[in-house]
Write a protein that binds this ligand. Structure first.
Ligand SMILES: Cc1cc2nc3c(=O)[nH]c(=O)nc-3n(C[C@H](O)[C@H](O)[C@H](O)COP(=O)(O)O)c2cc1C
Length: 153
C-alpha cells in the first residue's frame, strides 16, 4: 500500500467537514479542520475523531477533558481551509462564542459538546472518543462536502 493509493481509496468516501475546537490551558481557543468525525454509539452517545500527532491541537486534546465538533455549512469552505493551514492566528476575524468552557463556531449546521471518553492510539493519529453532552442544530442549511481531496457541491 502506497500513501498515494491509500489517499485515493479513502478519498472516494464522501464526508462532511468539521472543525474540532477546544480551549488550551491558557484559555485560548484551538481548532482544526477534520473529516474523520464519526458517530460511534447511541447509548451512551459517543462520537470519534482521529487527530494527527503533529497537529497543534493534539497535545491540547490529550491534556484537556472536553472538545466540541462544529459541523460546517457549505458557506464555510473558507473556514475549513483556514483551520487546515497551520495558522497561529486562525481565530482572528472568526465569529465564535465561549459557552461552558467550550468553543462554538458561529453559523455552523450543528455543534456537539463532548466530554472526552477515551483515547485510542492509532498509528500517527489518536482516535479521541467523545461523549456528547449537549448540542444544537439548525433546521436549514446545506452541508460542506468533501470528496477526492476537494470540496464539492
Ligand atoms: C477536509 C480536511 C479534513 C481533515 N481532516 C483531518 C482529520 O480528521 N484529522 C487530522 O488530524 N487532520 C485533518 N486534516 C488536516 C488538518 O486540518 C491540518 O493538518 C491542520 O493544519 C493541522 O493542524 P495544525 O495546523 O494546528 O497543526 C484535514 C484537513 C482537511 C482540509
Amino acid at each position: 500500500m502506497t500513501p498515494d493509493l491509500f489517499r485515493a481509496l479513502c478519498g472516494r468516501f464522501t464526508t462532511g467537514v468539521t472543525i474540532i475546537t477546544t480551549l488550551d490551558a491558557n484559555d485560548n481557543p484551538c481548532g482544526m479542520t477534520a473529516n474523520s468525525f464519526a458517530s460511534v454509539s447511541l447509548d451512551p452517545p459517543l462520537i470519534s475523531v482521529a487527530v494527527d500527532h503533529a497537529a497543534t491541537i493534539y497535545p491540547v486534546m490529550r491534556a484537556g477533558s472536553r472538545f466540541t465538533v462544529n459541523i460546517l455549512d457549505a458557506h464555510q469552505e473558507s473556514l475549513s481551509r483556514r483551520f487546515a493551514e497551520g495558522l497561529d492566528d486562525r481565530f482572528d476575524g472568526v465569529a465564535w462564542q465561549r459557552v461552558n468552557d467550550q468553543v462554538i463556531i458561529s453559523g455552523t449546521l450543528a455543534f456537539l459538546r463532548c466530554d472526552k471518553w477515551a483515547e485510542i492510539p492509532a498509528g500517527d493519529h489518536t482516535i479521541f472518543v467523545g461523549q456528547v453532552m449537549s448540542g444544537e442544530t439548525r433546521a436549514d442549511g446545506t452541508p460542506l462536502v468533501h470528496y477526492r481531496g476537494t470540496y464539492v457541491e
